[in-house]
Design a protein around this ligand. Structure first.
Ligand code: PHE
Ligand code: FE
Length: 299
């Protein structure tokens, strides 16, 4: 799931289920069947409805991406990706949830597509990770705008097997519910974007990716870790909250953590005064550097 940001339009007007949610400024039609969703936006995964061609598409996406992981993905991800099971078919969320529950107490739950941010935060705070049930069309093999079942499972679920990262995700959900009350969701969404979706980690072997948006992308995985073009700067909560991001190109800035412990500890303090401070500062554009700010070299 890509955290819905303030760019999400919330359409009403369906009689059953819940209102669909779209990405961007509302020009794109909503994707997914929201009529089957419960009030909390979860639904049953209609596993029997996937066609052999859809299972095969999942397998091809998985195999292409798995082949790229060595030297680019962090070891925690590489070790955990096998928990998704054999890639010959789209996993059954209930089976995956059993394994995840034993490892870290998380579950995956099906959702029809993008969901409103409050519903998203609430699920995370309950250690339930929403996974889009639909898979992209074959023409979208290389790029899909909205997150689909491949992005959500392959990108996000492996690190939910890591105890520290799993706790970070729950804390993020609880922090999101609080940010909603403080009208700070736009600032908090940047933290999700630059960590959960596009985060890099410095390891003894060099820079590696841990963000789901990179790990599920065919082109950006290598680009983010090895290209000399983008800016890579050290993880800093306030710096991230000031930084705008691009949703339709490779990122211009990546933030680098030292460890998942650092990520968890640096985000533990109460953000209320941080939001207040960041609101006083001018935002930074994607790709902008502060004077004298050190950059990490590519791997
Ligand atoms: N510490 C944050 C707060 O008080 C909550 C949070 C934790 C947010 C982890 C994001 C990630 O709002
Ligand atoms: Fe995502």
């Amino acid at each position: 799931m890509t955290a819905p940001s303030t760019a999400i339009d919330f359409h009403s007007g369906v009689n059953q289920g819940v209102a669909p949610v779209t990405y961007g400024e509302g020009e794109r039609p909503p994707r997914g069947n929201y009529a089957r969703a419960r009030a909390d936006y979860t639904c049953e995964q209609d596993w029997a409805a996937y066609t052999p061609a859809q299972h095969d598409l999942y397998r091809r996406l998985y195999e292409r991406q798995a082949a790229q992981l060595p030297g680019l993905a962090c070891k925690e991800f590489v070790e955990a990706v096998t928990h998704l099971g054999e890639p010959d078919r789209i996993p059954r969320f209930d089976e995956l949830s059993e394994r995840l529950m034993r490892a870290t107490g998380w579950q995956v739950v099906a959702v029809p597509g993008l969901i409103p941010e409050e519903a998203f935060f609430k699920l995370l705070s309950e250690r339930r990770f929403p996974v889009t049930e639909w898979i992209r069309e074959p023409e979208e093999f290389d790029y899909v705008v909205e997150p689909d079942v491949f992005h959500d499972l392959f990108g996000h679920v492996p690190l939910l097997f890591n105890p520290v990262f799993a706790d970070y995700m729950q804390a993020y959900g609880a922090g999101g519910l609080k940010a909603s009350r403080l009208d700070a969701c736009e600032l908090l969404a940047r933290l999700y974007w630059y960590t959960v979706e596009f985060g890099l980690i410095a390891t003894p072997e060099g820079l590696r990716a841990y963000g789901a948006g990179i790990l599920s992308s065919t082109g950006e995985l290598r680009y983010s870790v090895t290209s000399p073009e983008p800016k890579r700067v050290g993880f800093d909560v306030e710096r991230i909250m000031r930084t705008r991001y691009k949703i339709d190109t490779y990122q211009r800035t990546y933030f680098v953590i030292d460890s998942f412990e650092q990520l968890f500890q640096a985000t533990a303090p109460d953000f209320t005064p941080i939001y207040a401070r960041v609101r006083q500062l001018p935002p930074l554009e994607a790709g902008e550097l502060l004077p004298g700010e050190p950059r990490f070299p590519p791997a």
